[in-house]
Write a protein that binds this ligand. Structure first.
Ligand code: ADP
Ligand code: MG
Length: 254
C-alpha cells in the first residue's frame, strides 16, 4: 500500500503525553495539511516521524508503504524515501549548496555506487530551472547569512534533489514572511505529483491560500479532532480554533 499511515499514536516526553491517539494516512499523490493551535503537538509529530531520540512512542504504529517506520534509524527512514524539511542544517561556512546537496545524495546511494558529476549537475540544473532558482544560488555557503526565503529555497531544492516518496514540512510559525511562504508554496506545488505524498504542518492558514491541500486535519491537544477538504482551512481562518477545541474537549468530570 503506497501510503504513510499513522495509527493510534501515543508519544511522551518524559512523563508527559504529548500525542494522544493520533491517526492519519497520507497516500502518495496527495497533499495533506495539519493545522492547529500552538502547543498542540504538531512539531512533536514531525520529530517523531524523523526519529528524534527524545520522544518516546508509547503505543501505536507508523508504516511507510507497509513497512514499520518506527524501528528504522533516521538515516534508514531517509533511504526509504522520507524527507523532513526542518532538517536543513544550521550554517555551514565554506560548504556550498551544490556540494552539500551532492554529499546528501551520495550518502543515500547504495554502497559502492558513485554519483557522476555530470549527471549530478544536469539534475541539479534541471530542478533549479523547474523551481525558478537562479544558478548563482548554489555557489553560496549553506544557510550562511540567508534570509528566511533563501533558507526555504535551500530546503525546497534539497527536497527536489532527494526526490522523496513522502515529504513532511514543518512550517513553524515564526519568521516566515510572505516571500518565504510563496517560495514554499511554489516548491510544494511544483513537487507535488502522483509519486509523492506531502504532509504540510502549519499554523498559518495563509500558506493554504497558495497550496490547495487534498485534505486538512485539525490537531488539538495531541490528536486529530477534525478533518475536511480545503474549505476547512477557510473556516478555521474565519472562526479560529476554539470551536474545534470545544468539540474536542473531554467531558467534564462529575
Ligand atoms: P506545536 O508544534 O503544535 O506548536 P509542539 O509539538 O512544539 O507543538 O509542542 C507540544 C507540547 O509539547 C508543548 O506543550 C511543548 O511544551 C511540549 N514539548 C515539545 N517539545 C518538548 C521537549 N523537548 N521537552 C518538553 N516538552 C516539550
Ligand atoms: Mg511547531
Amino acid at each position: 500500500m503506497d501510503e504513510l499511515v499513522i495509527e493510534d499514536l501515543h508519544v511522551a516526553i518524559g512523563e508527559q503525553e504529548i500525542i494522544r491517539g493520533l491517526s492519519l494516512a497520507v497516500p502518495k499523490g496527495e497533499v495533506h495539511a495539519i493545522m492547529g493551535p500552538n502547543g498542540s503537538g504538531k512539531s512533536t509529530l514531525a520529530k517523531v516521524l524523523a526519529g528524534h531520540p527524545d520522544y518516546i512512542v508509547t503505543s501505536g504504529s507508523v508504516t511507510i508503504d507497509g513497512e514499520n517506520l518506527l524501528e528504522l534509524e533516521p538515516d534508514e527512514r531517509a533511504r526509504r524515501g522520507l524527507f523532513m524539511a526542518f532538517q536543513y542544517p544550521s550554517e555551514i561556512p565554506g560548504v556550498t549548496i551544490a556540494n552539500f546537496l551532492r554529499a546528501a545524495i551520495q550518502a543515500r546511494l547504495p554502497q559502492g555506487e558513485e554519483l557522476e558529476a555530470t549527471d549530478y549537475y544536469a539534475k541539479l540544473y534541471e530542478k533549479m530551472d523547474a523551481l525558478e532558482i537562479p544558478r548563482a544560488f548554489t555557489s553560496r555557503s549553506v544557510n550562511e547569512g540567508f534570509s528566511g526565503g533563501e533558507k526555504k529555497r535551500c530546503e525546497i531544492l534539497q527536497m527536489a534533489m532527494l526526490d522523496p516518496s513522502y515529504a513532511i514540512l514543518d512550517e513553524t510559525d515564526s519568521g516566515l514572511d510572505i516571500d518565504a511562504l510563496k517560495i514554499v508554496a511554489h516548491g510544494v506545488n511544483t513537487l507535488r505529483g502522483p509519486d509523492r505524498g506531502i504532509l504540510l504542518i502549519t499554523h498559518y492558514q495563509r500558506l493554504l491560500n497558495y497550496i490547495v491541500p487534498d485534505q486538512v486535519h485539525v490537531m488539538v491537544r495531541g490528536r486529530i479532532e477534525l478533518s475536511g477538504d480545503k474549505d476547512l482551512a477557510l473556516q478555521l481562518e474565519e472562526k479560529g480554533y476554539d470551536w474545534v477545541k470545544e468539540e474536542a474537549a473531554e467531558p467534564a468530570l462529575t
